[in-house]
Design a protein around this ligand. Structure first.
Ligand code: IMP
Ligand code: MG
Length: 172
């Protein structure tokens, strides 16, 4: 039997997002902000975060090749759904569910940087430190953990648990 151990409650997530939205609103005031969500995991986080901002924002999504049913990244990232909006003259904030090895985000950040935006920064719901392989810098994080496999609030294991309103450590 798999076990779900609570990591963040709904209320805690709400509080973290409120604080994060205030910081982002301050940092990007009078700048053209475009948030780019990484599908599918980040859609729940992005939808709550953008509604807490007090500044204008454009929203775009990309889809990257994902973990599938395994716990570890293949290390090879593909982009099955690329950007449609133009990032030129925009300050891009990539919004990701969780940064683990950092391979996914380094690849995506380099791709977006090649399209000549004004700046590129990274915002993650969870910054998971233990297995980081790249020097990819998480500029904004809601919560930091050492390790473990987390599910809920958009995070999945084999496409399950995304709908849970809180975040849990999944013990298989
Ligand atoms: P990275 O390239 O190793 O940083 O992998 C990042 C991606 O792996 C995330 O966007 C997630 O889709 C997935 N991932 C990594 N750790 C977890 C986890 O604890 N729970 C759910 N998905 C995870
Ligand atoms: Mg993801």
């Amino acid at each position: 039997m798999s076990e779900l151990i609570p990591v963040l409650t709904e209320t805690e997530i709400e509080q973290h997002i409120h604080q994060l939205a205030q910081r982002i609103s301050d940092d990007y005031r009078n700048k053209n902000l475009m948030m780019i969500g990484v599908l599918k995991g980040a859609f729940v986080f992005l939808s709550d975060l953008m509604r807490r901002l007090t500044i204008p924002v454009e929203v775009e999504f990309v889809r990257l090749s994902s973990y599938g049913k395994s716990h570890t990244s293949s290390g090879k990232i593909e982009i099955p759904k690329d950007l449609c909006l133009d990032v030129k003259d925009k300050h891009v904030l990539i919004v990701e569910d969780i940064v683990d090895t950092g391979v996914t985000l380094s690849t995506l950040a380099a791709h977006i940087a090649s399209l000549n935006p004004k700046s590129v920064k990274i915002c993650a719901l969870i910054d998971k430190l233990e297995r980081r392989k790249t020097d990819c810098q998480v500029d904004y994080a809601c919560h930091t953990v050492e390790g473990g496999f987390l599910v809920g609030y958009g995070l999945d294991y084999a496409e399950k648990y995304r709908n849970l309103p809180a975040i849990y450590h999944l013990k298989l």
